[in-house]
Design a protein around this ligand. Structure first.
Ligand SMILES: NC(=O)c1ccc[n+]([C@@H]2O[C@H](COP(=O)([O-])OP(=O)(O)OC[C@H]3O[C@@H](n4cnc5c(N)ncnc54)[C@H](O)[C@@H]3O)[C@@H](O)[C@H]2O)c1
Length: 323
């Protein structure tokens, strides 16, 4: 299935990943209908998309079935990015996380079935693996989430597989590993790279929760967008695939790399207590995505950081000398 001229629905369109994916889809010539309730998303993320005449934005909630049925007209593909996305917030408010992620996703699947949508690509997460010691994380291993957020993502993956098996809907779940890049919010609940960049800009020391020896497989947004488009064009269904750079970095090394690249090595690194629900090591085996989707990450963490910092400085008129 080629993306050009397809009618595509993106949920969570005003969020970090949804908006980057939408810009690329529009650039490829697709018609995109975007949905977001603006709980966490921002209209400023849609500035580029709104320049395209084949883009429509609908403010609404994925838990509202009538709203979805009204806007679902001849949709070929859904990229489902909308979610309650914060692990720490999911620990404080498990019911809200459950409601948006599980009830919202089930609603979307039901609307898709009623309106004969051909394909859904679901944004799952490495959080479903929990803190099992086995590394790298491979799709076939046991999944033992340690946060309500992880539980909801695992349940949604199961719904994707059941809707494939029972109703013949074409579904794919992509398990993203720590995505970073342009438009990621600098808030206590977002990814650490955006938070640290905010601290660097304000000339503040970086804060690490834990001893810094925990590792993550940080994945650049452009590689995640590439994986989604490959998944849309592929015929596979009912499958689950890890999407990551496939190379882990310790948080302490990442902090030092960010300070070096931004010429801010004079700033210090402070350590705080580990956060509940945070896993220690995360590192993906991406051989399935490479084989099935021909996915090939193009950004090492350093390349991704440079691209992100350059975008940030240009967007906000900040004069950081990137090394
Ligand atoms: N960023 C990451 O590192 C990462 C890693 C793994 C998985 N994911 C998944 O990828 C997807 C996108 O994440 P993101 O980082 O762009 O997060 P984000 O918070 O920037 O985007 C999520 C969007 O969903 C919208 N939304 C929330 N509840 C909604 C509802 N009830 N109805 C309609 N819209 C709603 C928000 O307003 C927001 O714009 C999410 O499903 C997330 O769980 C992200």
């Amino acid at each position: 299935m080629n993306i050009e001229e397809k009618r595509i629905l993106v949920t969570g369109v005003a969020g970090f990943i949804g908006s980057n994916l939408t810009d690329r889809l529009l650039n490829l010539g697709a018609n995109v209908i975007g949905v977001d309730n603006l709980f966490n998303g921002r209209l400023e993320n849609l500035e580029e998309a709104l320049n395209y005449k084949h883009f429509q934005f609908h403010k609404g909630d994925i838990r509202d079935l009538n709203f979805l049925l009204d806007i679902f007209k001849d949709i070929d593909i859904i990229f489902h990015e909308a979610a309650f996305t914060s692990v720490p917030q999911s620990i404080k408010m498990p019911e809200s996380c459950n409601d948006v992620n599980i009830n919202g996703t089930l609603n979307l699947l039901n609307a898709a079935r009623k309106r004969d949508v051909k394909k859904i690509i679901f944004a799952s997460s490495s959080s479903i693996y929990g803190d099992t010691p086995t590394l790298p994380k491979i799709e076939s291993m046991p999944r033992i989430p340690i946060s309500p957020y992880g539980v909801t993502k695992l349940t949604c993956e199961s719904y994707m597989q059941v809707f494939h098996q029972v109703y013949g809907l074409n579904t794919i779940s992509l398990r993203y590993f720590n995505v970073f890049g342009p438009r990621q919010q600098d808030s206590p609940y977002s990814g650490v790279i955006a938070i640290w960049l905010g601290q660097i800009i304000k000339n503040k020391n970086l804060i690490i929760f834990g001893d810094g020896n925990q590792s993550r497989d940080f994945t650049y947004i452009k590689d995640v967008v590439q994986a989604n488009i490959l998944a849309a064009e592929n015929k596979i269904s009912g499958e689950i695939l890890n999407i990551a750079a496939g190379s882990p970095i310790k948080l302490l090394d990442l902090a030092k790399l960010m300070l070096k690249l931004t010429n801010k090595e004079d700033l210090g690194i402070n350590f705080d207590l580990p956060r509940p629900g945070d896993i220690i090591h995360s590192f993906a085996d991406i051989s399935k995505a490479k084989e099935v989707l021909k996915f090939q990450p193009k950004y090492t963490q350093e390349l991704g950081l440079r691209d992100y910092f350059e975008w940030y400085c240009k967007k906000y008129g900040i004069n950081l000398k990137i090394k």
